[in-house]
Design a protein around this ligand. Structure first.
Ligand code: S3P
Length: 183
């Protein structure tokens, strides 16, 4: 356990399947801080599952709910917050998140993401896609989103690493950033 390392909230960004929730939960335990998952906050606030929101109201409506929530929540958030893969929709949201805490990018390559996502059933962006369609969707989404992910304060490369190794690297970088910019 590492107490008192985090002086401001830490937002995890990256594609679906990059491990934001898994890493976020374990990191929060290690640092003895709360963990929040933006998808769960959306579900709680709307009273609907994410596939339900996409199905009944469409992606645009989901993005509006997501945007309103992250803008509001990031101002009072504490601990570790796992964003959704598409939360950093534009520069305004990216700037806003960065002004309110550390933004950390879990950098996973398309082949890793594909292996993790091919059996996923609860993600409306990729449900019912063929193998080829899923591969194309992953690269297209990554291409669109990279310009925001890349603006993170720092990133952790995730290829072929287990959770403990990723956490170790993340905590080392966090210690450096906390000391250099907040210490
Ligand atoms: C999405 C990612 C999901 C969820 C929604 C849309 C995306 O979150 O917000 O299904 O556009 O990449 P995870 O990244 O936690 O899977």
């Amino acid at each position: 356990m590492i107490d008192n390392l985090l002086t401001q909230p830490l937002f995890l960004c990256g594609m679906m399947g990059s491990g934001k929730s898994t890493i976020g939960k374990t990191l929060a335990q290690k640092l003895s801080v709360p963990f929040h998952d933006l998808d769960h906050l959306i579900i709680k606030k709307s009273g609907k599952s994410i596939p339900e929101i996409f199905e009944r109201e469409g992606e645009e409506s989901f993005r509006q709910i997501e945007k309103d929530l992250i803008i509001q929540f990031s101002q009072t958030a504490d601990g570790i917050i796992a964003l959704g893969g598409g939360t950093l929709q534009n520069q305004q949201i990216t700037d806003h998140v960065k002004l309110n805490g550390w933004l950390v990018f879990l950098d996973c390559k398309p082949d890793t993401l594909y292996n993790r996502l091919k059996d996923s059933s609860d993600r409306p962006m990729i449900s019912s896609l063929s193998e080829e369609e899923l591969k194309l969707k992953i690269t297209t989404l990554l291409d669109d989103r990279m310009k925001f992910y890349e603006q993170a304060h720092f990133s952790v490369e995730c290829r072929d690493k287990d959770v403990d190794t990723i956490l170790e690297e993340l905590i080392q970088k966090l210690k450096f950033y906390e000391q250099k910019y907040r210490g």
